[in-house]
Structures are given as structure tokens and as C-alpha cells.
Design a protein around this ligand. Structure first.
Ligand code: ADP
Ligand code: MG
Length: 252
């Protein structure tokens, strides 16, 4: 077993009869330990549906997922979520508005068996890792933080559990352009420091190029192309990928 994650023939449809939408069609891919892999595609291509299935927030219509060589259906979600964590597009929506940063982080640590001292260290280390000063932010509530700070808190929360896989679904989309690069750099640092794998979901192939080792391209629910970022940028095979690339003149 060398793969961290293996997704096989995943399908998910919504609705039925003539109203049926196939959001994910026969998607298969593998993720190695420590790899950052992008899922790239335009809005509606099935990226979030795929992410939610891999996170086990949504059941697939058919297909299999194995994590560290085990069928995830045989793992409890509690065990799974100790190892697979996520950050989403809108960090404000992911926050409970009545919880301070400290409460948010403490609640996440509920999944771990740690004493008070260890809990405090975990919280402080994770906040430091995402570039936030614990003393400054622990007592704050979401409305007292900037969008960039909220996304960093969400990352700190995910990191506290020392997951083996982080799923980041458009984590920079709600942020100003000036903050995007800093969040991408943070993801790079996190991979370096924690050695985790990241499944990075984006509609922006430029971000995938900047951050990732490999790319999976989704189009209307299908995975139309996958390969190393270099391969895809230099010689993409699929016209849809070429169209995405054409939108990023800098890459050429
Ligand atoms: P993306 O994240 O790439 O924008 P999504 O996975 O959100 O794409 O959506 C893929 C398709 O599945 C879209 O056509 C969307 O409307 C549909 N879809 C997603 N979630 C649901 C749902 N809960 N009910 C019905 N259709 C859905
Ligand atoms: Mg989405």
C-alpha cells in the first residue's frame, strides 16, 4: 500500500428521471502521501460534489474510496475525520458566529484525546503555523477577524488534528486577490512542515500551476485529463483544458 487515497469509479447523481443531474461520472484517481493535487474545472463541473464524497459528507451513488489501503466504508467517520480535514470557500459560513476562535479550536480538538496542556500547545502551534498570534486572536469572534484571518483560523483548526489529508475547496475564492498568494504559500509551507497531502480544488488553473504537483481536470462531472502540472501546462490533450489554459496568458 503506497497510496494515501484511491478513488475508483465514483458516481453521484442528484434528482431522478429527466431531472437527473450526473454531478460526478466514473471518476478515478490516486493520491500519494505528501502530494498536492489540484482538481480543476469550471463552476458546476462537479468539484465540490467530489470533495464532499471524499470527505464523506455525501454518499456516492456508486464507487469506492480507500484510504491508506482500507475501504472507507469500514471506518467510522470519527476515525476518518481525525485523518481527513477540510477547509471551504467561505470561512465565515464555516464559523459558528457565537464561538470565539478559542472555542472553535477547542471544539475541533474534541475528537482527540489530549490533556489541557497538550490542547493549549496544539492550539498555539497551529495558530502560529498559519501566521496568527495566539494571544491576539484566541479571544476574538468571527466578525472581529478579516476574511484572510478567518480562512487562516479554519486552516489552523484543520491542522490541529494533524490530518494526513487536507481537502481545500476553493479556499481563496472569497478572498481579495492580494491575500490569495499568501494562502497558497501557506498551504505549501503546511505541506512542508506537516508532510500532509492536499487535495486543492479550484476553478483557476493558474493557482493549480502555482501550488500543485499534479492536476486532475474535471469537465461536466468527468475527469477528462490528469497528469503532472508541467505535462498538462505544456501539452494538454483535452480541448477543455486548453481553453482553461488560454484564460491564463501568464502561463504561456
Ligand atoms: P463545482 O463545485 O465544480 O462548481 P458542484 O459539485 O457544486 O460543482 O455541482 C456539480 C453539479 O451538481 C451542478 O450541476 C450542480 O447544480 C449539481 N448539484 C450539486 N449539488 C446538488 C444538490 N445537492 N442537489 C442537486 N444538484 C446538485
Ligand atoms: Mg464548488
Amino acid at each position: 500500500m503506497s497510496q494515501l487515497l484511491e478513488v475508483s469509479d465514483l458516481n453521484r447523481h442528484f434528482g431522478s428521471g429527466k431531472y437527473q443531474v450526473s454531478a460526478v461520472k466514473d471518476v478515478s484517481f490516486k493520491l500519494n502521501p505528501g502530494e498536492i493535487v489540484a482538481v480543476v474545472g469550471e463552476s458546476g463541473s462537479g468539484k465540490s460534489t467530489l470533495a464532499r464524497i471524499v470527505l464523506r459528507l455525501l454518499a456516492p451513488s456508486s464507487g469506492n474510496i480507500s484510504f491508506m489501503g482500507q475501504d472507507v466504508a469500514s471506518l467510522s467517520t470519527t476515525d476518518y475525520w481525525r485523518q481527513v480535514q477540510a477547509v471551504f470557500q467561505d470561512p465565515y459560513a464555516a464559523f459558528n458566529q457565537f464561538y470565539s476562535v478559542k472555542q472553535v479550536l477547542q471544539k475541533a480538538l474534541g475528537l482527540k484525546k489530549l490533556n489541557t496542556q497538550e490542547r493549549r500547545e496544539r492550539m498555539e502551534n497551529s495558530l502560529n503555523a498559519v501566521g496568527l498570534a495566539p494571544a491576539t486572536v484566541l479571544g476574538k469572534y468571527p466578525h472581529q477577524l478579516s476574511g484572510g484571518q478567518r480562512q487562516r483560523v479554519m486552516m489552523a483548526r484543520a491542522l490541529m488534528l494533524r490530518p494526513k489529508l487536507l481537502i481545500a475547496d476553493e479556499p481563496t475564492s472569497a478572498l481579495d486577490a492580494s491575500l490569495r498568494v499568501s494562502i497558497l504559500n501557506l498551504l505549501k509551507d503546511i505541506r512542508q512542515e506537516y508532510g500532509m497531502s492536499i487535495l486543492f480544488i479550484t476553478h483557476d488553473i493558474g493557482q493549480a500551476y502555482y501550488l500543485c504537483d499534479r492536476m486532475l481536470v474535471m469537465y461536466q462531472g468527468e475527469m477528462v485529463e490528469q497528469g503532472s502540472v508541467e505535462e498538462i501546462v505544456r501539452q494538454s490533450q483535452h480541448p477543455y483544458t486548453q481553453r482553461l489554459l488560454a484564460d491564463v496568458p501568464k502561463l504561456h
